[in-house]
Design a protein around this ligand. Structure first.
Ligand SMILES: N[C@@H](CCC(=O)N[C@@H](CS)C(=O)NCC(=O)O)C(=O)O
Length: 210
């Protein structure tokens, strides 16, 4: 059975647990200690992942870190590629959105998340939250503009939806004013109808203040 080092309320781990359920792949968690890692900086863990971050996947002797790479690996190895579109163009679009989540959306969303849910209410900086909210909203507007009439980001449901769906779950959990994004909102409603998303993402409480 594959092993996932991580914890269930980590956004990057949720990508993997959600995809495993979509593909009916059994897995075991390690380092979970409930909802927090025991220690991702532990020398023994750093042997598995020199970044000292989660998730790390172990499949027999094979070790892999970087959540989006893990998604591609499990889909190809255990899902016969069924979470990737069938055409090169479709796969390219799914890959584009996965890369964009890490390269463009993740930064502003991390900043906003740390300034809000990860900070005690009395210590929150209203101006910093407004600025981070604006930067994140600018990114969500790009996704809104990137949607045509597709139901999912690459047409059919695919790996392309998973990293973005995790971010959307955070975005809608953060109590700030948000612009109207009808296509993003309709897509998020579609994700919420997926049992694996409900179980592995929606039902898991967001991490609280550090
Ligand atoms: N690019 C990495 C980022 C992993 C990452 O930032 N993981 C966070 C949890 S969501 C983490 O390990 N945080 C603890 C730390 O940085 O020490 C990936 O996608 O796997």
């Amino acid at each position: 059975m594959i092993r996932i080092y991580g914890y269930e309320n980590s956004s990057n781990c949720q990508k993997v647990t959600w995809a495993c359920d979509e593909l009916d792949i059994p897995f075991e968690f390690d380092l979970t200690g409930g909802t927090q890692p025991r220690n991702s900086k532990d020398p023994a863990y750093l042997m598995l992942n020199p970044n000292g971050q989660i998730p790390t996947l172990q499949d027999g002797e094979f070790l892999l870190w970087e959540s989006n790479s893990i998604l591609r690996y499990i889909d190809e190895k255990y899902g016969a590629g069924r979470l990737m579109p069938k055409t090169p163009e479709g796969r390219a679009v799914a890959n584009k959105w996965m890369d964009w989540q890490l390269a463009a959306l993740g930064g502003p969303m991390g900043e906003l998340f740390n300034a809000t849910l990860r900070t005690r209410p009395e210590a929150r900086d209203v101006a910093a939250i407004a600025a981070a909210g604006d930067r994140a909203a600018a990114m969500w507007k790009r996704l809104e503009a990137g949607f045509g009439n597709e139901y999912y980001v690459a047409g059919e449901f695919s790996l392309g939806d998973i990293p973005l769906g995790i971010m959307a779950n955070r975005w809608y959990a953060i109590p700030i004013a948000k612009p109207s994004l009808p296509r993003v909102e309709a897509w998020f409603e579609r994700l919420k109808a997926r049992p694996a998303f409900v179980e592995r993402v929606m039902k898991i409480p967001q991490p609280g203040p550090k």
